[in-house]
Design a protein around this ligand. Structure first.
Ligand code: ZN
Length: 320
């Protein structure tokens, strides 16, 4: 679906240096990346500007045997800072076969803070012939500092507004529909089955309460996991959506704190954020820590740690 878009950009030399392909459709991200790579590399393009698919370079791209592309894969559960340093060295060398280099970071949300910061130094000094693509499931999982330096290309089905409308038609308020439409699609059906329109409010309120205590650094938030969140932590995919939601709020608060304006703040969070800022004035580094520990909690849960334990550990890390 993005192929015409990229062909036009390449035709007109309008490709920017860094893209984030967002959404859960990994196959589509892969396909578009290969398409773009062939488009840049093929020396024998058709009159429509498509890669020929038949030359030596096109063949070797298909076989995964092409030297001017680098794929960075997570090492275990994270993308480490030394992997980004290697990437940095790689992009500094001259292309072997073509006139460009393309680096792809798979699951860029698994970069820890130091890896993100190392990548930032690469993004801040773009090199003419070097392109980067970050694959990320959820835009909210990328640090705002990185987001502001990459062009987002969404691989989510439909757009948010359309999804929001569907939830409104099911009886959710527009604020609740807004939240649901921004959570990863795959498990939202499970969440709305568990929390129909009248109940969804409880889910939101409990997570807001917990997040507020977290930002205020209050150890009381530890107890809140048991008293408020525990009932929302089953089944596991619903607990993961809870953490995705915390990431979503945290992302918007980070944007708010880093931009000094509330222009981008969804209206449902305005007074919530104003109160947090008035009473606590959260630092950027605190919010970045929260971001990192939330992603870590998700990884633990995916590795079969109990959601309650993962959240308690996160609380200790933030509030200790
Ligand atoms: Zn070709």
């Amino acid at each position: 679906m993005h192929e015409t878009y990229f062909r036009r950009l390449v035709d007109n030399n309008h490709l920017v240096h860094a893209y984030a392909f967002t959404g859960i459709n990994t196959a589509e991200k892969e396909k578009t990346t290969d398409y773009l790579l062939a488009l840049l590399a093929c020396q024998n393009k058709t009159s429509e500007g498509e890669a020929c698919g038949e030359c030596d370079i096109c063949h070797r791209i298909r076989e995964g045997n092409f030297p001017d592309v680098l794929y960075v894969e997570p090492d275990g559960r994270s993308v480490r800072v030394d992997q980004i340093r290697e990437l940095k060295q790689w992009v500094a060398t001259t292309p072997v076969e073509t006139t460009f280099k393309l680096a792809v970071i798979q699951q860029a949300e698994l970069m820890n803070t130091s890896a993100s910061n190392a990548l930032l130094t690469v993004l801040e000094e773009p090199v003419d012939h070097v392109y980067m693509i970050l694959w990320v499931n959820n835009q909210a999982n990328l640090l705002p500092t990185i987001q502001s330096r990459v062009q987002m290309v969404s691989f989510d089905e439909g757009d948010y507004k359309q999804k929001q409308q569907l939830f409104v038609e099911q009886g959710y308020s527009s604020a609740h529909a807004f939240v649901l439409s921004h959570l990863p699609t795959e498990n939202v059906g499970l969440l709305t089955a568990t929390y129909p329109p009248g109940d969804f409010d409880h889910w939101l309120r409990d997570y807001h309460y917990y997040y507020q205590l977290l930002v205020q650094g209050e150890m009381q938030s530890f107890v809140t996991v048991e008293t408020h969140l525990k009932k929302h932590l089953k089944p596991v995919p619903v607990s993961l959506l809870g953490i995705d939601y915390l990431l979503f709020i945290n992302y918007h608060l980070l944007l708010r704190v880093t931009s000094d304006s509330n222009a981008e703040t969804p209206s449902m969070y305005e007074s919530f954020f104003n109160n947090l800022i008035k009473h606590k004035n959260p630092s950027i580094s605190l919010l970045l820590d929260i971001n990192q520990y939330l992603i870590q909690a998700k990884q633990y849960i995916q590795a079969n740690v109990s959601p309650q334990l993962a959240l308690e550990q996160l609380t200790i890390n933030i509030c200790k």
